[in-house]
Design a protein around this ligand. Structure first.
Ligand code: LRH
Ligand code: MN
Ligand code: MN
Length: 403
């Protein structure tokens, strides 16, 4: 590869940031059983301590997504203090994930509930999340609603969309400058007949009406099997509406396994479309200050039920980086040439050449260049952190998910 191209690939890699989810550090898992692990964080601060280890070894994960109420801290100035705690560890607090899916009041929905008092309560929580963003300096509010119905006729589908639009508008109006909302969709579960935000089209339609600060969040585990997620990414990016990814792997449904574990080729295809659409352009620092430009948040949304958590998160960050590096290696000129010539096999070959490249040595090199570890997994294992936390942390916290 020409020197110049290599420099561009390295520079794009060094600008990519991958946000890790606070809930992946705690004891969480499937709804059938949470296998508690020793040494997991008992407090939000301990989750940040673990996240700092991931960032230290990978050099690519400086922000941590919070989930409210799982990460709620009480008292005046508590979130600002948490932000300072993060900063002292080289981290920033990232996306604030709202949670209106775990209280009895939400049995029939949150913002789409037929009862106005329940809708009010849900909206109050969303507003609280924006207050928290003000204190933490977070850019994005992530909205995922479990709202929906289990039986035909249970509620009016159109009225539920009206209620959703009303709540979204109220939140949108409350956003400050530089803040955004990202609306996540999910095909099904826990609602089985009709989910109120089941797909990217529904999310897109709401975001389009709301305006430029509203974008779609694509959780890779939230689609029907066989869905072409890279098409969704390409389309949304073209429309300026791709706000965020929640990366994880799935074999069957919302499995929340490590990103790039089940289908690294799919992750490559997605990241190639992101690159082709300019989604890797621009520094995250610049994007964080603005609701303009691509500003895509690359997040993980995973649970680690049987595998050790910190190494699993490190591995996931590396998997996203490897897919990104391969996407950056695609020879765009050769591809365009083959496409123009109608050379089907040649064009496919250009993509596959990049996919089959072993990018691990390149990533080891860039990590060292930016002061992280060439082999983050080995460096973490050698650091002694796992042994220290098992010794010092007794009685790890349940993340709140999947119990
Ligand atoms: C829903 C979801 C959403 C939540 C997270 C814990 O399945 O992906 O992003 O906030 O899980
Ligand atoms: Mn998600
Ligand atoms: Mn999910």
């Amino acid at each position: 590869m020409p020197e110049q191209n290599l420099a561009a690939v390295k520079s794009a890699l060094s600008e990519q940031r991958i946000e890790t989810p606070s809930w992946a550090y705690g004891n969480s898992g499937t709804r059938f059983k949470v296998f508690a692990q020793a040494g997991v964080p008992r407090t939000v601060r301990e989750k940040l301590d673990d996240a700092a280890r991931v960032h230290r070894h990978t050099g690519a994960a400086p922000t941590v997504a919070l989930h409210i109420p799982w990460d709620r801290v009480e008292g005046a100035g508590a979130y600002a203090a948490l932000a300072s705690y993060a900063q002292e560890r080289g981290l920033r607090l990232g996306t604030v994930n709202a949670n209106v899916f775990q209280e009895d009041d939400y049995k029939l929905g949150s913002v789409t509930n037929p009862d106005p008092a329940v809708r009010r309560k849900a909206l109050d929580h969303l507003m609280e999340c924006v207050d928290i963003m003000d204190a933490t300096g977070s850019r994005d509010l992530k909205l995922w609603f479990s709202d929906g119905t289990n039986y035909p006729g249970q509620d009016d589908l159109r009225a539920r969309q009206d209620r959703l639009a009303e709540a979204l508008w109220a939140v949108y109006e409350r956003l400050g400058s530089g803040q955004r909302l990202v609306l996540e969709y999910k095909l099904f579960e826990p609602a089985f007949y009709a989910t109120d935000v089941p797909d990217w089209g529904t999310s897109y339609a709401h975001c389009l009406k709301l305006g430029p600060k509203a974008r779609v969040c694509v959780d890779t585990g939230h689609h029907a099997p066989g869905t072409n997620i890279e098409f969704i990414a390409a389309f949304l990016l073209r429309e300026g509406k791709l706000g965020a990814f929640d990366f994880n792997s799935r074999f069957y449904a919302d499995d929340d396994l490590m990103a790039g574990a089940a289908d690294p080729f799919q992750l490559f295809r997605i990241l190639y479309e992101v690159r082709a659409g300019g989604g890797l352009d621009g520094t995250p620092e610049r994007a964080a200050q603005s609701d303009e430009g691509p500003g895509i948040a690359f997040m993980l949304d995973q649970c680690h039920n049987i595998e050790p958590k910190i190494p699993a998160i490190i591995r996931s960050v590396m998997n996203v980086q490897e897919a990104t590096a391969k996407a950056l290696l695609v020879d765009r000129e050769a591809l365009a040439e083959a496409q123009r010539a109608g050379d089907v096999l040649g064009a496919n070959g250009v993509l596959m050449d990049a996919y089959h490249t072993d990018v691990r040595p390149l990533l080891a090199e860039v990590r060292e260049e930016w002061g992280a570890d060439a082999d983050p997994m080995a460096a973490y294992a050698a650091s002694g952190w796992a042994e220290t936390v098992v010794r010092e942390r007794v009685g790890g916290q349940q993340a709140g998910w999947g119990a």
